[in-house]
Design a protein around this ligand. Structure first.
Ligand code: FHN
Length: 446
């Protein structure tokens, strides 16, 4: 059906995927790391013996913690165990190929010495530029850095959530806009290796009404850094539409709406690039000293990563270091377990995407975008030990073998021939205890 096409000044500026080199790199990452680290890591979800049940990084908004107490936390920020090189080494061992780091969350505290506010790391006992340490450390191990930036800023006096109404409110909000633009340009200037900006806190009515301003600011930022990658959360169009403009077209470079949830089928992603950002517990990003509820296992997280890549997306796992800069043992263990799996199986994740084959109940199929090889990532082995696969039309079965043991080839049994593709059984020889990857090099039909 013909889609309506309303003329928009501030809608999507390109239709369809970006095909330049930097975006190709982004698309092929497969696995990323998210880090939420700021002043909220000090209370860690508790204040004066009381437990805060919300996300730890939102504690300032809780009636149980007075704002002035929160606003003095910076005087204690002195993370004695912070070692950016150790974080980067751990992320590298996990198999992450990009990192998104909170430069400033909703509280407004900057982990870089911004010259546009005093509310920065420069005024803490730590004093040093932690963001630079992180960028340098991740650069050194070859992990691309993306800068998370919250438009919501509870510390700036011009910041408003509701659309400004009075003359004074409007004037104040203009100061906030200038401040936001200055900080973003400062970040791109100070950290020239950063590949993109990951925006958040852009749902306020005041910001949603800034289509023209945000669009022109984005043009300036892109001019500063050719290849810069920005997701769909930054700006709204002139009708206040977010992520997708009034015509239903994706705003900017990739869809940023997959937070703590995943698409189920390829139809859900509408042909767009996307990433999923995921927490380990239900909804904690910053450090919360006492996680409650279900804490995901490495197998669950590996499955989410496989599902993401099989549906053409990236999977980004969040870490919330504590107030001393320590990555908690639960997260360190997950990083280790995912890394152990990735060491053997990364070929099924890196440079891979949607295979165009029918999904099967035993797991997910990814395809290397360059070699065309398929990877069967098996999570659910049927009691029969037999997996069904269906190839693409016009293709022959070729060969199937274990990624971990390429000499281990599989016999296939043809079940059914049809013009849309033939169906086969593969008979597993063992009962895997870990998600297992089988490589499938299908062949052209003679
Ligand atoms: O409010 C934030 C939340 O604290 C966290 O930073 C996540 C990460 O995507 N984003 C917002 C909620 O959508």
């Amino acid at each position: 059906a013909q889609r309506s096409s309303i003329a928009l000044q501030h809608g999507a500026h390109h239709i369809g995927k970006r095909t330049d080199a930097q975006m190709e790199i982004w698309r092929n990452y497969g696995l990323g790391q998210f880090i939420h680290w700021g002043l909220y890591a000090i209370p860690g979800g508790h204040w004066q013996g009381k437990y805060y049940p919300g996300a730890a990084e939102w504690i300032r908004s809780w009636s149980g913690m007075p704002n002035e107490d929160y606003d003095h936390l910076y005087q204690q920020f002195n993370p004695k165990n912070f070692d950016a090189n150790a974080w980067a080494a751990q992320a590298k061992a996990m198999g992450a190929r990009y990192v998104i780091i909170t430069t400033k969350h909703h509280d407004g505290f900057c982990i870089w010495p911004s010259k546009y506010t005093d509310y920065t790391i420069a005024n803490t006992p730590y004093k040093k530029d932690a963001l630079k340490e992180i960028v340098d450390a991740y650069d050194a191990v070859g992990i691309d850095v993306y800068l998370y930036f919250s438009i919501i800023d509870w510390n700036h006096k011009g910041y408003q959530s509701a659309a400004p109404k009075t003359v004074a409110e409007k004037r104040d909000y203009e100061t906030f806009k200038t401040f936001t633009a200055n900080q973003l340009k400062e970040l791109l200037t100070n950290y020239p290796s950063a590949k993109g900006l990951w925006f958040d806190g852009t749902w306020d009515a005041a910001w949603v009404a800034q289509a023209a301003f945000a669009d022109s600011l984005e043009t300036e930022l892109r001019a500063m850094r050719p290849g810069l990658i920005i997701g769909s959360r930054f700006r709204a169009d002139e009708n206040g539409k977010r992520h997708f403009d009034t015509n239903g077209d994706l705003m900017d470079d990739y869809e940023q709406g997959w937070e703590r949830k995943l698409p189920k089928t390829i139809a859900d992603i509408h042909g767009n690039d996307w990433d999923c950002v995921m927490t380990v517990p239900e909804n904690q990003w910053g450090y919360h000293s006492e996680w409650r509820g279900h804490v995901k296992t490495s197998t669950e997280l590996i499955e989410m990563m496989a599902q993401s890549v099989a549906l053409d997306g990236n999977f980004v796992l969040n870490f919330g270091p504590d107030g001393q800069g320590t990555i908690r043992p639960e997260e360190a263990k997950l990083a280790q377990e995912i890394g152990d799996w990735m060491q053997i199986n990364h070929e099924a994740i890196y440079d891979c995407g949607y295979a165009g084959l029918e999904k099967q109940d035993w797991g997910y199929i990814t395809q290397n975008r360059k070699t065309g090889k398929y990877y069967l990532i098996v999570f659910n082995v049927p009691v029969s030990g037999t997996l069904k696969i269906k190839n693409a039309s016009g293709k022959g079965i070729g060969k199937l073998y274990d990624l971990a043991h390429p000499e281990q080839q599989y016999e296939t049994e043809e079940i059914h021939r049809s013009a849309e593709g033939n169906e086969y059984f593969i008979h597993l020889k063992d009962k895997p205890t870990q998600p297992k990857v089988i490589v499938w090099e299908s062949s052209d039909l003679d």
